[in-house]
Design a protein. Structure first.
Length: 137
C-alpha cells in the first residue's frame, strides 16, 4: 500500500524525521535516540515515509541507512507554489512622490496664469507685433 505524501507529512514525528534526514543520511538507531518513542515505532514511521516516496533505505551491512528523497516532495512543492501569492508588481520607474510634485507644480502654474489675466493678452500682443513688423519691413 502506498501512502500519499500529504498523509505521511500529517504526522509530527514523520515531519521531524524528515527534518533530521534533510541534514543527511542516518540510521534508525541514531534517529530513535532523538525521540521518546521506541526504535520499532521509528522504523514504522520510516516505512510509511518510504511508502510515500519521501525516504529511501540503503542496506549497509546489518544496518539500514535512510536518506531523504526530495523528489517525493514534488507534489507538496507544486501545491505550495500554486497557493503562494503572486509576486508583487514591479515598482514603477518613477516614484509616486515625483508625480505628487509634478501635480503640485502644474496646479501652481495654472493658478499663476489665472491670477494674471493680462499675461495671456501680452503674449498675444507680442506675437501680433512680430507679424506687423514683418509685414511693414
Amino acid at each position: 500500500m502506498t501512502m500519499d505524501a500529504f498523509a505521511a507529512l500529517a504526522d509530527p514525528v514523520r515531519r521531524e524525521l524528515l527534518r533530521q534526514l534533510a541534514a543527511g543520511p542516518a540510521r534508525v538507531v541514531d534517529m530513535a535516540s532523538a525521540h521518546p518513542i521506541s526504535r520499532p515505532a521509528i522504523s514504522k514511521h520510516l516505512r510509511a515515509l518510504g511508502s510515500a516516496g519521501l525516504v529511501t533505505a540503503d542496506d549497509v551491512g546489518r544496518e539500514r541507512h535512510y536518506r531523504l528523497d526530495r523528489a517525493g516532495l514534488a507534489p507538496v512543492s507544486a501545491l505550495l507554489a500554486e497557493l503562494a501569492p503572486a509576486p508583487p508588481a514591479p515598482a514603477p520607474p518613477i516614484a509616486e512622490q515625483a508625480f505628487d510634485g509634478l501635480e503640485l507644480e502644474v496646479r501652481r502654474v495654472g493658478r499663476d496664469r489665472r491670477a494674471t489675466p493680462d499675461a495671456a493678452s501680452t503674449t498675444t500682443e507680442h506675437t501680433n507685433i512680430g507679424h506687423i513688423d514683418e509685414e511693414t519691413a
